[in-house]
Write a protein that binds this ligand. Structure first.
Ligand SMILES: [Zn+2]
Length: 360
């Protein structure tokens, strides 16, 4: 019989003596690592957040929002939830009256009824009117591909040819389309001990996807890529790094193939912060194609974004365990790239942003 090393016996006895099992959500060890720390409350340069949602801008007092933005050094917020028609008009009036330089609004369209007689014309006319009233882009929510249905009740695919006139109209109006398609691939994977998003699925069970609900991740993503390729004159911003932040090589290939596509990193900074070397290489190669985006409006959470982008800090915490139970490392991006990510790239593709507050 093999001898059991004494250390194992002691350790085993100790665990037995403590006798505790702990669940994954509760386990939250304090790091004992002592390294330089540079927590950041503000960004180094004024920035444009291209992925934000404010639903009440048509009748909201904007001063509180502006105060929070100032605290972060956010010069301009792009509200992607503008709606259309009277609502977006009222929002833009409110902005123009109070803070004309601080907000940009994107319009939305309603896909329900695609295929009905007159849908295309009505949608395009509405979009044209919204842009005339001050909308500076179009936001496509993930309902396209997941739940929006045509006149026959069938789910509309992201690359549905009946939508072509909409994409062409955006090219003609020279407005970008920020598009969110699909969800993290892990949502389709078996929900077991190997799934990186197990905790998110456990706490948000309605996020689980199946291959027939409505189709596999790969299929939805490839339909989005086909949409990009079919519309080379339309500028697209793939939200959330197109859910390929965990495979930057593949995302780079997409950007190589599609010069009309930009990406923003809303909700995926935890993927960048776990691969600081690969990510900073990606940010160097694609420095003209990346925009700052965050998505959910929780001002304290921007600190993680600034720290991953700007510092060389090591092993610092992320703010949401169900996105990342791992810790972050900074990319330490140089100033010239930071300026592009924070505002120069957005100024290039989103019309009507006031340039005067941004350094050269
Ligand atoms: Zn969003």
């Amino acid at each position: 019989m093999k001898k059991i090393p004494a250390l194992f016996l002691v350790l085993g006895f100790h665990l037995f003596a403590c006798g505790q099992k702990m669940d994954f959500e509760k386990y939250d060890p304090k790091s004992t690592l002592v390294v330089p720390e540079h927590p950041l409350k503000k960004s180094k340069y004024p920035f444009i957040d291209v992925h934000n949602h404010q639903w009440g801008m048509d009748n909201q007092d904007l001063s509180g929002l502006v105060k929070d933005m100032d605290g972060l050094n956010m010069a301009v917020m792009v509200n992607l939830s503008g709606g259309s028609g009277e609502k977006i008009k009222r929002s833009i009036d409110n902005i123009r009256k109070n803070y004309p330089k601080r907000f940009i609004v994107f319009a939305n369209i309603d896909f329900n009824g695609v295929g009905k007689n007159g849908w295309t014309e009505k949608t395009i006319n509405q979009l044209e009117a919204d842009v005339k009233n001050g909308a500076n882009g179009l936001k496509i929510f993930k309902d396209l591909g997941f739940s929006a249905r045509d006149e026959k009740g069938l789910i509309i695919k992201v690359n549905d040819p009946r939508l072509q006139p909409v994409w062409a109209k955006c090219a003609e109006l020279k407005i970008p389309i920020l598009i969110h398609t699909a969800d993290p691939k892990s949502f389709w994977d078996p929900m077991d001990e190997h799934n990186e998003r197990w905790l998110e699925l456990a706490t948000h069970p309605n996020r689980k996807r199946e291959n027939n609900d409505p189709e596999p991740f790969e299929q939805m993503i490839s339909e989005q890529h086909e949409l990009f390729r079919n519309n080379p004159n339309t500028t697209f911003i793939a939200a959330h790094f197109g859910w390929l932040a965990n495979d930057l090589k593949r995302l780079g290939q997409l950007l190589d193939q599609c010069p009309n596509v930009m990406v923003e990193f809303g909700a995926i900074i935890s993927d960048l912060g776990r691969q600081p070397r690969a990510a900073s290489e990606f940010f160097t190669t694609y420095q003209d194609r990346i925009l700052f985006g965050k998505d959910s409006w929780v001002p304290e959470e921007y600190a993680t974004y600034f720290r991953v982008l700007e510092t060389n800090d090591e092993y610092f915490p992320y703010h949401k365990k169900y996105h990342a139970f791992w810790r972050m490392y900074g990319m330490g991006l140089p100033d010239n790239i930071l300026k592009k990510i924070y505002y120069k790239n957005a100024l290039r593709i989103i019309p009507s942003i006031d340039r005067s507050v941004f350094p050269q």
